[in-house]
Design a protein around this ligand. Structure first.
Ligand SMILES: [Zn+2]
Length: 45
């Protein structure tokens, strides 16, 4: 289910996607809090 105004439901910046899994995907943060900041986003949330 996609929710309006959710940046993760409408995430289209493929250049930062590290890997896509069945239930989630991982991206490199665009505003990292440290050198290794990666986000894991569940497809359902
Ligand atoms: Zn969402």
């Amino acid at each position: 289910m996609k929710k309006r105004d959710c940046v993760f439901c409408y995430f289209t910046e493929k250049d930062v996607v590290i890997h896509e899994y069945k239930l989630c995907y991982s991206i490199i943060s665009k505003s990292p809090i440290n050198k290794y900041h990666v986000l894991i986003i569940p497809k359902e949330h």
